[in-house]
Write a protein that binds this ligand. Structure first.
Ligand code: ADP
Ligand code: MG
Length: 157
């Protein structure tokens, strides 16, 4: 069992969230799961747009709230973006998610993942986004040691 680490930062506007997420996207090695947690409008889908950019995808990221999942081809990996907001029952989607998670060439970003908690690996990056005001968001990251390489370094080290 690994101990959870935490890190937090403030995003001043949606562009800052895109930049932060793109930096994360460029550090991914394949097989990571990123869970995004916030209220509606917190910035989860905006974060996934940045992730796609950082992975080298030129595709336009749209919210998968109606389609449940979207995928984007990056330079090295495929980004799977799930949004379970409207999903009433896990059903077959549970198997699909488990398969994608098991693929080391995929990156999985999830909004409203609670319904799938039994399928999500404990070794995942979770980012809680909370609204400070119209354009500011607090982003609180928690992650196991094994995912430390995804987290921006403090400038003092
Ligand atoms: P969610 O997927 O959590 O419902 P979205 O990313 O779809 O949220 O929407 C977030 C909204 O908030 C967008 O309209 C975005 O432009 C706006 N926004 C304002 N400031 C920020 C910020 N710092 N980070 C992310 N989104 C922001
Ligand atoms: Mg969304």
């Amino acid at each position: 069992m690994s101990i959870e680490q935490t890190w937090q930062t403030e995003s001043v506007d949606s562009d800052a969230t895109l930049v932060l997420a793109a930096a994360l996207g460029s550090k991914l090695r394949g097989g990571e799961v990123i869970e995004l947690v916030s209220d509606l409008g917190g910035g989860k889908t905006t974060f996934v747009k940045g992730l796609a950019q950082g992975l080298g995808s030129a595709e336009v990221v749209t919210s998968p709230s109606f389609t449940v999942s979207n995928q984007y081809k990056g330079d090295d990996f495929t980004l799977y973006h799930f949004d379970f907001y409207r999903l009433q029952e896990p059903g077959l989607m549970r198997n699909e998610l488990a398969e994608v998670i098991a693929d080391s060439q995929s990156i999985v970003a999830i909004e409203w993942g609670e319904i799938m908690y039994d399928v999500l690996p404990t070794e995942r990056l979770t980012i809680h986004m909370s609204v400070i005001d119209d354009t500011k968001r607090l982003l609180q990251w928690s992650y196991p040691d094994s995912l430390q390489y995804l987290v921006p370094r403090l400038s003092i080290d």
